[in-house]
Design a binder for this molecule. Structure first.
Ligand code: CFN
Ligand code: HCA
Length: 536
């Protein structure tokens, strides 16, 4: 199919035919045959149907693992069985480089290691002891407490414990009610984490201005060293990065991050809450950026320069873009002919399944199907309306960026806001969600499951499948290479210009080879393995 993508209606029908009627009805809403010319709706952020094997994570994973996890100077203490703490122990490959003499607690797994006895008689005393022990050993300036499922079930009050221990030890201690089952996915955990950090940390300290352009980067988690590459670019452009939520980050920097001029939001799904609360309370505007893909990086840097409206900054940004793109384009030109036209699909989290499409576009690789695990409708359908104007340098007024907080009626709000601004003579760029950016007839699937994954592979015979560790080996047994877009396997960074070069080379390695076609599972020819056991 050289002239566009095949119509996947038959595939969708076949997938749904296997489900009981009610299940088929629900799953049907989560599978959209994309048409960017239409305003389509998708069923998202909905509870996974029991019995279906989902790839989603839990609320605790979103709060402890994702948002608070990559922060080096806080002790993140998990109140629960040891497995929960072990699961969130650096498995996300979030990296850090603490400053000289600064602590790094990220390499430890702190847990109360709850036992049956604590479930029966309560675990608050054990939690207090654990806090005292951690404090005595490490003398941290802050401790976060994370509730796992059993904590909610037995009713331990982590917030009361936090208050008591804060008074006793005189450091910042706060709790999160992020029991795994609390939401439909890790998305609820993001929200709980955002609220907690905003309430207990943001605004606690002040800092003297250290640069002309002070910014925070939000929704960048330094997976595989991504933040290091973005930090390099910022420094060269003359932007002062106050704080990142939360990769290579510190609670210390969260505390003064409200002194920034601008918040840049990369993963909107996980961090939009803090960005909006900061805008409301401190008047710090936020803009949407994407540093995945060289062209997206260039576009985002120009957007930041546009915001400040400073000639010197714009000139510096253009200089960096030109120099970096020269290197990037040389590698792209060498790799593209080898991978162009290959088919990829990606099912990841709540923003990467969209952001990574830019890197594939740069290589001419076609994304036939994609979806998020837990994103909301706006992440699929699009939401922001961004006026294409220079922002007023005195008032820094960009009140127009956030159109609606109402997830049900955001489309109507968007249309109304657009009309209002158009009447004022504004020009528009739209920030689109995944669906308006994807090709006609691509298949968009929310919360894809194992059965659907298998059918997709049979139908499209893709050259590459992008997902996580839970899918990796199942997919590879089909003879299809899988690139982990969560942890990057052992690779990265993939962000910004240097990251794009790394990613192109990785795609050359994975796509410009026939090795995967040689995979032949033994059970295809010999479906049964017969063995014998000898017992004395
Ligand atoms: S680093 Fe982020 S970019 S924070 Fe989020 S939505 Fe997860 S841990 Mo896995 S890789 Fe993934 Fe995104 Fe934002 Fe990561 S696509 S699922 S909760 N995610
Ligand atoms: C999580 C974290 C995760 C899992 C990745 C995967 C991550 O959901 O708790 O399934 O491979 O990025 O580490 O999303």
């Amino acid at each position: 199919y050289t002239n566009g993508l095949p119509d996947p209606s038959k595939l969708k029908e076949e997938i749904l035919a296997k489900y009981p009627r009610k299940v088929a009805k629900k799953r049907s809403k989560g599978m959209v045959i994309n048409d960017p010319a239409q305003s389509q709706e998708i069923g998202a952020n909905i509870r996974t149907i029991p019995g279906i094997i989902t790839q989603r994570g839990c609320t605790y994973a979103g709060c402890k693992g994702v948002v608070l996890g990559p922060t080096s100077d806080i002790i993140n203490l998990v109140h629960g069985p040891i497995g929960c703490s072990f699961y969130a122990w650096l498995t996300r490959r979030n990296q850090t480089r603490p400053a000289e003499g600064e602590p790094n607690f990220m390499t430890y797994a702190f847990s109360t290691d709850m036992q049956d006895e604590n479930i029966v008689f309560g675990g608050e005393a054990k939690l207090k002891d654990a806090i005292r022990e951690a404090y005595d050993m490490f003398k941290p300036t802050s401790i976060g407490i994370f509730s796992t499922c059993p904590v909610g079930l037995i009713g331990d009050d982590v917030h009361a414990v936090a208050r008591d221990m804060k008074a006793e030890l005189g450091i910042n201690i706060f709790g999160f009610s992020c029991e795994g089952y609390r939401g439909v996915s890790q998305s609820a955990g993001h929200h709980i984490a955002n609220n907690g950090i905003f309430k207990h940390v943001v605004g606690n300290t002040e800092r003297e201005r250290t640069g002309k352009f002070q910014v925070n980067l939000m929704g960048e988690y330094n997976i595989g060293g991504d933040a290091f590459e973005i930090e390099r670019i910022f420094e060269e452009c003359g932007l002062t990065l106050l704080s990142t939520y939360s990769g290579n980050s510190t609670v210390e920097s969260f505390a003064y991050s409200h002194t920034a001029d601008l918040n840049m939001v990369m993963c909107h799904r996980s961090i939009n809450y803090i960005a909006e609360m900061m805008e409301e309370k401190y008047g710090i505007p936020w803009i949407k950026v994407n540093f995945i893909g060289a062209d997206s990086t260039a576009k985002s840097l120009r957007k930041i320069a546009d915001y400040f409206g400073d000639e010197e900054l714009s000139a510096k940004v253009e200089e960096v873009i030109e120099r970096e793109q020269l290197k990037v384009k040389a590698v792209a030109a060498a790799v593209k002919p080898k991978v162009e036209g290959k088919l990829a699909m990606m099912f990841v989290g709540g923003s990467r399944a969209h952001h990574y499409q830019d890197l594939f576009t740069e290589l001419g690789v076609r994304v036939v199907s994609a979806g998020y695990e837990f994103a909301h409708r706006d992440d699929y359908e699009g939401r922001e309306v961004i006026p294409n104007i220079k922002i007023d340098a005195d008032t820094r007024n960009i009140e127009d960026l956030v159109v609606s907080k109402d997830e049900e009626n955001f489309r109507d709000d968007l249309v109304a806001k657009k009309a209002e601004l158009e009447a004022k003579g504004y020009e528009f760029k739209e920030y689109k969600g995944m669906m308006p950016d994807m090709q006609k007839n691509s298949l968009v699937i929310d919360d894809v499951n194992h059965w659907e994954t298998e059918k997709l592979i049979e139908f499209y015979k893709p050259d590459l499948f992008c997902a996580g560790i839970k899918e990796k080996y199942v997919v590879q047994k089909y003879g299809v290479p899988l690139k982990q877009l969560h942890s990057y396997d052992y690779g990265g960074p993939y962000a910004a210009f240097g990251g794009a070069i790394n990613f192109y080379k990785e795609m050359e390695r994975m796509l410009a080879t026939d090795i995967w076609k040689l995979v032949d599972a033994p059970w295809k020819n010999e479906p049964e393995i017969v063995g014998s056991v000898t017992v004395d």
